[in-house]
Design a protein around this ligand. Structure first.
Ligand code: OGA
Ligand code: MN
Length: 307
């Protein structure tokens, strides 16, 4: 097959040499899936992407998820979810960073991490791209795991970490709150934006990827709360907090990251069981439209903590 695979900065690859407007045969599909499993983050540029061919292309990687909220779903294409900066909705997403208002900035996260059952992956297609900022960052947590020293790896085998869903960024323990101020319309509780409340969830600190068998560091700053019963791994509570601080700092190293600056027609597919992602946000009022398809997956990586 004539696919060309070019490494991106640090992690992930760009894949070219096929045409999304043409049917994807079994051999090409198998090659694309194997590249996704091998690299975790795939970039495709310059394709002529319509909603129909985005949906068909995404199905190569698995069954697609239909967004649970009917008002967010596109009527015509229920598999397509539109991420759009529009002035009315955007105001809930504006917060201040070092005195500057930013819309849609998101900390490093894994989609649906707080449910215990993250979806397998997602594909974003840049439709209208912000003139400035608006980047999406991807971080490879399999490579982050591999780079840990042996003592830390052995310790992590004995540890479970918890995630607590929250609407208020200032309640998150491991995000960088320096210079942060919520916006006037930042939601304070899930019901403010018609969200349910999610119970706490726990994950092994190292998850074995259900498809590839690779070990993935399951420590990501957004919603990260604590290590369960740290004394069982020989840690004091203070050592447990310092370990999470050290691991979060590790995941923030640029050597595990690729930041994508969007051009119309770009698509990025990531493995949500392996890679975290973040959004740099834009100045309020900046136009940005991204079409998203979500690949379901049938494994459960974490567990809900019942009372
Ligand atoms: C997402 C997401 C980031 C972005 O779609 O889950 O986090 O840059 N998007 O839009
Ligand atoms: Mn996300």
């Amino acid at each position: 097959m004539a696919l060309t695979v070019t490494p991106l900065d640090n992690v992930g690859v760009e894949v070219s040499g096929f045409d999304i407007t043409q049917p994807i045969d079994d051999d090409l599909a198998a090659e694309l899936v194997s590249l996704w499993n091998e690299h975790g983050i795939l970039l495709f540029r310059g394709q002529d992407v319509t909603p129909e061919n985005q949906i068909a292309f995404s199905r190569v990687f698995g069954e697609l998820e239909i967004h649970p909220l009917s008002e967010t779903r596109s009527q015509e294409y229920p598999e397509l979810f539109t991420l759009v900066n529009d002035p009315e909705k955007e105001k809930y997403l504006v917060a201040n960073y070092n005195g500057k208002p930013m819309a849609g900035k998101l900390d490093w996260h894994i989609d649906l991490h707080y449910t215990g059952k993250p979806n397998r992956g997602a594909l974003l297609h840049g439709v209208v791209c912000a003139q400035e900022d608006g980047m999406t960052g991807f971080g490879d947590l399999a490579k982050a795991y591999d780079a840990l020293d042996d003592d830390t790896k052995a310790l992590l085998e004995k540890i479970e970490v918890t995630y607590t869903f929250s609407m208020q960024r200032r309640h998150m323990r491991y995000v960088d709150l320096e210079g942060y101020e919520p916006g006037a319309y930042s939601p304070r509780k899930p019901s403010d934006i018609n969200y349910p409340n999610f119970p706490e969830v726990a994950y092994p600190a190292v998850v074995t990827h259900p498809v590839t068998g690779r070990k993935v560091l399951e420590v990501v700053e957004q919603f990260l709360e604590r290590i369960i019963a740290p004394h069982r791994a020989g840690l004091s509570n203070d050592e447990a907090i310092e370990l999470l601080e050290r691991l979060v700092a590790h995941t923030r190293k640029p050597e595990f990251h690729y930041f994508h600056q969007w051009q119309p027609g770009d698509m990025v597919l990531w493995d949500n069981w392996r890679a975290m992602h973040c959004a740099t946000g834009t100045k309020p009022g900046m136009q940005r439209v991204i079409h998203r398809t979500t690949i379901m997956g049938d494994a459960t990586l974490g567990r809900v903590l019942e009372a």
